[in-house]
Ligand binder design. Sequence first.
Ligand code: NAD
Ligand code: UFG
Length: 338
Amino acid sequence: MRILLCGGAGYIGAHAYVVLVERGHDVVVADNFSNSSPGVLARLRQITGRPVPFQPLDLRDRDAVTGFFAHQAFDAVVHFAALKSVGESCERPLDYFHNNIGGTLNLLHGMREAGVERLVFSSSATVYGDPDHVPVREDARLQVTNPYGRTKLVMEELIGDLCRSDAGFHAANLRYFNPVGAHASGLIGEDPTGIPNNLMPYICQVAVGRRDRLSVFGGDWPTVDGTGVRDYIHVMDLARAHADALDFLVRERRSLTVNVGTGQGVSVLQLVEAFAQAAARRIPYQVVARRPGDVAEVYADPSLAQRTLGWRAELGVEAMCRDAWRWQSQNPQGYPVA
Ligand code: NAD
Ligand code: UFG
């Protein structure tokens, strides 16, 4: 298939690019580099051994999006492009609505005009908010606790309406849990700008000496050791789910919303310990107050993905930590600045 990756220069998109090329697809990356580095393209070329087709594109620019689709033929789109910081979304909700929802509308419009009828969408476990029970199934109550989460929920709904209105248009909403880790080459990985919001990149920066110590947000949660429990998923397993979802859309000609997680809950301190083992170094930390908006425990019931996509996670916490550390230690400052 000829596949467009919107936001394909970002963390998850770059890993999905590698998997899709390995599966024999013809893949084009489109991005505005608002949260990524052009340096990733050279790394993708190094990994795949071939030039990386790239299109500068800002999804907020509707004319640019429709113009682009008018001159290209695609069999499917994988849509990663979004702003994704929960805290920032509370400070600048309109930017999130404009970029995430507005950008998605422009993309859907461009796809419709060009007759592209397959979409894989990056959704998030954030649509479950604070779940009533774990493991969380896809039919759990949906609730959002911040503007970022609202954009994901709204986008799922918009895409659902479009699918219902057009029997030929099919989408796979993938609800990612907590993606971590990196490609085994250590050439691509997560490279957040500024202070990392998320646990694994923070641990990586402590390990490599860029930050003194980790703050563990709360030691009094009702969990195994008092720290927050999440479902960390290796980014290469997650990348593979996109390829499997595209196969599903071709094979089954129907839409799907599915969790992409391991089904295993891991606490903050368990992850810190696993990372310390993998990197063979101490990770200094201190337990501080809970982070506003956090929840105790979220992990997936991934059985629908197994039944529908034939997908299941293969890599465990050890591989996640080993690969995250390889990326960080080989690239202490992230991608080289061009
Ligand atoms: P990322 O920021 O690394 O990648 C997103 C990419 O989209 C970036 O390269 C950015 O430059 C690009 N982009 C953003 N707005 C754009 C626009 N208007 N036009 C063109 N390109 C644009 O994030 P990621 O971690 O790779 O996440 C990918 C997707 O998965 C996002 O939609 C995110 O919300 C979702 N998701 C991520 C996580 C996570 O923890 N990383 C969890 C659940 C869901
Ligand atoms: N944590 C710390 N210290 C840190 C960062 C995080 O203790 O410096 C803790 C959090 O309190 C939480 C756990 O580590 O218990 C994981 O936190 P992350 O920020 O890495 O991940 P979240 O589960 O809070 O949220 C992430 C994304 C959301 C997304 C969700 C599910 O930020 O947007 O995963 O996909 F919705």
